[in-house]
Design a protein around this ligand. Sequence first.
Ligand code: KG4
Ligand code: ZN
Length: 340
Amino acid sequence: MTAHKTDEYILAFETSCDETSVAVLKNGELLLSNIIASQIESHKRFGGVVPEVASRHHVEVITTCLNDALAEAKITADELTAVAVTEGPGLVGALLVGVAAAKAFAWAHQLPLVPVNHMAGHLWAARQVKPLAFPLMALLVSGGHTELVYMAAAGDYKIIGETRDDAVGEAYDKVGRVMNLTYPAGKEIDALAHQGQDVFDFPRAMMKHDDPALEFSFSGLKSAFINTVHHAQQKGQTLDQADLAASFQAAVLDVLIAKTQRALAAFPVKMLVVAGGVAANQGLRQRLADEISDVEVIIPPLRLCGDNAGMIAYASVCELTQGHLADLTLNARPSLTFDS
Ligand code: KG4
Ligand code: ZN
């Protein structure tokens, strides 16, 4: 393929957790490639991501992912406009592999280097569906984060509510472990939930009027779930897995929907974006469709809900436009937040 002088191609790297991913984005809208190498098989037996194992796998496959991303996009290094990379948040050793690869590539080909916040990436995955309109509200739900983000304009992120303890995805994975499900358990609990009933009436935290309106807490729900299962085990009873899943998911979704509705009431916006790994949840998608009617809801396609470099490429567009570049001293920032 011969590139037009006006065409812009961004190469993006994502290695913050357990997916090694490299993507090429054309003109800020068309993903020409989005190679995702998942390491999940290596982590399953440990019931969670082992940081050192993750870093080693990233090192092993990142060059192949890069070559595959360029080949699938039919783009050479000379045609690229910029290199984007996740700088944080995430596992430090894992992030460093992507940052080192992006810096080396940018230096070798004399390209601008664009650092990207992983959570901004999750949010901008929605750009695959259509151009984002501002002001915008985002509900970001992943394995490490649960937050409501208000965006007055592109690149302007303000957290208006977040979890005080566990992230939603983390709660799914922890109760999944108690149910003897394979890590990560979100997808399986979602599937089971559709076959059961909400019979356990688990707590919905911070929903009273005097509670902080937009904050979340999932550790009480997780503990109530674990206690219920353990008490039953002590009495020699086996609880119905589908009912457990349905009850847990109903409690999670009641809170996510209620807090999102409160946020939308407090901050009028043109669009609601729901993104991150948990945005793949079919129950959540159904309830958003049924219960959020006065604002347009955009949810990225399933492949872009989990970690991938395509979302990092989308998020890098406004950073590049606004001149937010890094030099070769760029480091990983494992605790990066929108406010830091
Ligand atoms: O965004 P992500 O891929 O990685 C992080 O940045 O954390 O999110 C992974 C999380 C895991 O906790 C996983 O259990 C959860 O997303 N997840 C789901 C579903 N699919 C993945 N949670 C609920 N329902 C799903 N269908
Ligand atoms: Zn993520």
